[in-house]
Design a protein around this ligand. Sequence first.
Ligand code: AGP
Length: 615
Amino acid sequence: MCGIVGYIGFQNAAEVILEGLRRLEYRGYDSAGIAIAGRDSIQVVRSVGKLQNLSAKLQECPLMGNMGIGHTRWATHGEPSERNAHPHLDCTRQIVVIHNGIVENYRALKQELINQGHVFQSETDSEVIVHLLEEMWRGQSEQDLISVTAQALTRLEGAHAILIMSSLFPNFLLAARLGNAGGIAIGRGEHEMYCASDIPAILPHTREMVFLETGEIARIDSSGYQCFSLTGGPVTKETFRIPWDPVSAARGHYTHFMQKEIYEQPEFLTDTLRNRLNFENSEIVLEQFPFSDQALNALEKITIVACGTSYYAGLVGKYLIEELARIPVEVDYASEFRYRQPLIGPESMIVAISQSGETVDTLAAIDEARQKQALLSAIVNVPGSQISRICTGLIFMHAGPEIGVASTKAFSCTLVDLFLLGFYLGQKRGTLAQERRTALLEQLIRLPKLVSDVLELDSAIKELAAQYYEASDFLYLGRGINYPIALEGAHKLKEISYIHAEGCPAGEMKHGINALIDRHLPVVTIATHDRLYHKMLSNIQQVHARDAIIIALVSQGESEISKFARHVLELPDLGHLLNPILNVVPLQLLAYYIALKRGCDIDQPRNLAKSVTVE
Ligand code: AGP
């Protein structure tokens, strides 16, 4: 996950920035760079690998100046190399940019800019931003700078956090945020200002911070900042005082870790995709999955083992892998697996899913599979965890540390990993034609931005929570690949609000669950567009006929379901295989706001632990 630091004031900017970047090392990176605004020019130093390499270069050739920006990069487009490292300069070397996120439409923008005569130095998507600014700033006065920059930035598709510096305007930096590709915190000092993607980078210097929201741009000089909406007009920001204790500092301006982790999803989904999509050949690259093509082609079955939320992710995985790779997939509770004399052998692959990588039942299931000589693979979040040490094939979630006991971002990152696994097996086994692979990659790259769009339902969901937080039961209904999403929605609500909730395949209602339905029961239905949409519509009509309170998740533009549902939440449509990742987000927020209204201990719910290391 890339890190961003900026400084303007009276100190040596390169030193302040390097120190800030060191505090972001935990995020992971493969290269780094710093740009400092000199008297009339911009100087840039970049290096591959660890910050000590950058530091050594800076010692050889010190950068002097009181304003600068720095970046640690984790490659998405283009290999980790010095020329792909940020900051990126325009053709005139007067503008410089650092960026977190993915410019989804960079190919089209790059071609347009090349046609206009721009020369690119890197293979990155980020470089289009600086050439776009060069193009659009031409002939503009400082007065129009914010509005012209806003126009330029709104041409970028995807989610972005950006710092801009220019020798044309040597007294201020610009910081902008579009969507949730990571935040930007702006910190105030005495005659100096700081900004960073993460609070720890600048916390030793300042505790007074404001946070850019999506769609905002700030002009930062040494005495303060002004914030504007990208669509026009100044914005007044609330200043937060960040406490010293490291736990509260890590939570930032969020009330709970769970809320923070829900909001971090676009950023970590980007990390999960990073370095794994090859657009040239329309292929997926799995860096730690060393099984031969022969072994993968010989597979007769995949068995997913997991517990709790990871198990529900596994159920989604069954739909993904069976459709993409046409291999039968069974999903087992890890706690049950070893007790049922499972039929598994060298022709099978086990896929263990575990956020913590330490869940004792999942470890025991892997051991059972190991004894029966199955191929051992795992989807894990915590590097170095036991599960990551014993499995041969690893697909990391890259969800970052998850502190809230109720899993959110690890779930969505796991779904991406399962999609990648299904795609990878499909590409190896020849079940995915090139055309379909290209189309799927184009969809996948849009995912982080669309999750960010879904998060805008926050206040609507908060209102729903205020209406129904006193309900004693909830029912969640879904079909096909969204049935496990219904299970996960119910699971989240149970865990943190202590309300009884059930998830059910909507087609099963008439076989028993219908008896529970009455006018007091909130029923959350997942009815986004897919081939089961019409079946779901008729299930919703059946619930409506029994007077229940229907809260429906639908695809944007849907009009039929609103005739029956009391509340409708409209979601973007990313195709039936990726929609579940969008659909789970409102369910996480609903559980969160209901638990908040009920005054529950959200991050540490009663009787639950983050890592379950006992049977
Ligand atoms: C998720 O919200 C729960 N805390 C729980 O169900 C969890 O998913 C389960 O215990 C498995 O944990 P793992 O992914 O770390 O193996």
